[in-house]
Ligand binder design. Structure first.
Ligand code: ADP
Length: 450
């Protein structure tokens, strides 16, 4: 500022001198102010030119306010350069990291077209970037479920596929939405060939071993039965023979359940799609459960008889039977078992609730594991195979449903099977709305059913 005031003072002094030398006043001010204005115009135009051409402002800078302006812009440019360098470095690091990832990574724009892909995508998915830039993923990977998988937005479960270009591979495909309004997609494909094969080997082993054990066991059971019944058998041998018979029977149930599980594991989806009359099935199952309970439990049943369930009748029946029989086998005498089949806000819902002892919280996440039992000794004695809930979980998975387990110690447990709305179907029948099938061992239960 001082420099600028100095310049003005100099111009004024020059003007006064010129006046003293007799220069006419009309000439004096233009003569004095013209160089001053020309200096400003020069710096202004120079700055505009430098900025327009994106030149870097470097010293020496002019003196006075113009110097401050040049210096300020130079600092701003330097900060911008540093920020850009940082961004370039971090995006290079990200690219290098993405290139090193062994999983295939592909980003899709909001039109589901390929935006970018890492080198692993070339090997695993045969997607080469930039060659395939702008192409649709579904056009490059031919898989009937892929289009639906991308469009539904249901990305909780991965989709397992075998790519056309390499039939020996098994890939697990996951999708994550990202970006503005989550309209872009990140597709991650992982090579699960080894895991898949190991799982196949395990499944085959269990299925074959179970199959192989079945025949000798049938022979043993037959002989034991004959021996136990034979009049020549000494009385002292009868009890051990009966015990052996029971154990052989238990082994047969375990083998049957293992074979059922192996069959269920073969495919994630079931093709049998028939309307199942759940109410009718439940009537039979509850009758069996009453026999199993022998009057030790109270049953309450509330069933929407108009609600049918689309799926595999045999598998669904095993789900209902497993949960109801569990409630009988794993609860003490006097327990009330509440069985419901309704459409809960459109989702067909089957629940079995008991007011038994309940299950400690730490066991709940593991209940559906094979042979997992809360109380090993007691569960075995109750006659279970330890595979019931694993079967339930698999059947539900194959029907797009899920098993929800809630339990509180001292209060009881609730096992709920929730099916997708599309699985429910209303029977064309008007006289029945909400029907309570006869289930009745206590007056309380009668009240409930009325
Ligand atoms: P199991 O053949 O032993 O019944 P499941 O897989 O059906 O095998 O059940 C696993 C375990 O879950 C059971 O051993 C039992 O400890 C527990 N369980 C299942 N249902 C109930 C229930 N209604 N109340 C208490 N515990 C239960």
């Amino acid at each position: 500022m001082n420099f600028e005031l100095g310049l003005l003072a100099l111009a004024a002094a020059l003007g006064v001198t010129l006046l003293l030398f007799g220069v006419p006043p009309g000439w004096v001010w233009p003569l004095v102010l013209l160089p001053y204005a020309a200096r400003h115009l020069y710096h202004l135009l120079r700055l505009v030119r430098l900025i327009r051409r994106q030149h870097r402002l470097v010293p020496p800078f002019p003196r006075g306010p113009w110097g401050d302006i040049y210096r300020g812009i130079a600092q701003y440019q330097q900060r911008g350069r540093k920020r850009r360098k940082r961004q370039i470095r971090s995006s290079r690091r990200f690219r290098e990291a993405a290139d090193a990832v062994p999983d295939a990574l592909v980003t899709l724009n909001k039109l589901q077209q390929i935006d970018w892909a890492n080198p692993a995508a070339a090997e695993l998915l045969d997607i080469h970037w930039p060659r395939d830039d702008g192409r649709r993923l579904a056009d490059l990977i031919e898989h009937p479920e892929l289009v639906t998988f991308i469009e539904t937005g249901e990305y909780m479960r991965p989709l397992d596929i075998t790519p056309e270009h390499n039939r020996a591979l098994t890939l697990s495909l996951r999708i994550a939405p990202f970006g503005e309004r989550k309209r872009q997609r990140l597709v991650v494909a992982r090579d699960i060939t080894k895991v898949y094969h190991l799982d196949m080997i395990r499944r085959d082993f269990v299925a074959n071993a179970s199959h192989e054990l079945r025949t000798p066991l049938t022979v043993i059971t037959g002989f034991l039965e004959n021996l136990a019944d034979a009049p020549t058998t000494p009385p002292a041998h009868r009890r051990p023979l009966t015990l052996m018979q029971h154990q052989a029977e238990r082994m047969r149930s375990i083998i049957d359940d293992l074979l059922t599980l192996s069959r269920l594991e073969m495919t994630d989806q079931d093709t049998t799609q028939v309307p199942v009359d759940v109410a009718e099935d439940l009537a039979h199952i509850v009758h069996e459960a009453e026999t199993l309970s022998a009057g030790r439990h109270h049953f309450r049943v509330a069933v929407d008889a108009t609600l049918l369930l689309i799926g595999n009748p045999v598998e669904l029946r095993s789900v209902f039977a497993n949960l109801i029989h569990n409630a009988v086998r794993h609860t003490p005498d006097g327990t009330t078992i509440d069985i419901r089949w309704t459409a809960d806000t459109d989702d067909p819902l089957f629940t079995v609730t008991d007011d038994g002892e309940g299950i400690p919280a730490e066991h709940l996440p593991r209940l559906t594991e094979r042979f997992y039992r809360v109380d090993r000794g007691r569960s075995r004695a109750s006659g279970g195979t330890g595979l019931g809930l694993a079967i339930v979980k698999h059947v539900l998975k194959r029907h797009g449903g899920r098993l929800l387990i809630a339990s509180t110690l001292g209060v009881g447990s609730r096992f709920a099977c929730q099916f997708p709305p599309a699985r429910g179907m209303v029977r064309q029948q008007t006289e029945l709305d909400l029907e309570c099938i006869r289930r009745v061992t206590t007056p309380e239960a009668e009240r409930d059913c009325s």
